[in-house]
Write a protein that binds this ligand. Structure first.
Ligand code: SF4
Length: 121
């Protein structure tokens, strides 16, 4: 299978430097089955396309296929990866400039900054 990945912030934010952990795990999951995983390119044929966005104000790409699987806090506070994908070790090859580890040490937050959705999640 050929899997297309779309990082909404990477496309819209100049100088975006943070990787998308969910997409890294999705990539690792499908690669473990021998699938071809790559960044989504318009007009190219894919068996599945995943789009992820962190922020709800990030615009969506209107050229994504209608059956794109959307996920991330930008689409809904309670979007979660299926457990079998969430357990995967992230595929760091997606973001070659990322020279640090990404993951969760804790979940939630005891603070309540007005602009942040972490306490709600
Ligand atoms: S910005 Fe969010 S995660 Fe950070 S301290 Fe405030 S509520 Fe917690």
């Amino acid at each position: 299978m050929r899997i297309g990945l779309h990082d909404a912030e990477y496309e819209r934010m100049l100088n975006k430097s943070f990787p998308n952990l969910a997409l890294m795990k999705i990539s690792a999951y499908y690669k473990s089955f021998g699938c071809q995983v790559e960044w989504w390119v318009p007009d190219k044929k894919y068996d599945l396309v995943y789009s992820s966005k962190v922020f709800d104000f990030t615009p969506e790409n209107e050229n994504l296929p209608k059956n794109t699987i959307n996920g991330g806090t930008g689409y809904g506070l309670y979007d979660e990866l299926p457990e079998e994908i969430d357990r995967c070790y992230p595929d760091y090859s997606l973001y070659p400039l990322c020279d640090y580890a990404v993951g969760f040490l804790t979940r939630g937050c005891i603070n309540a900054c007005s602009f942040c959705v972490v306490p709600q999640k």
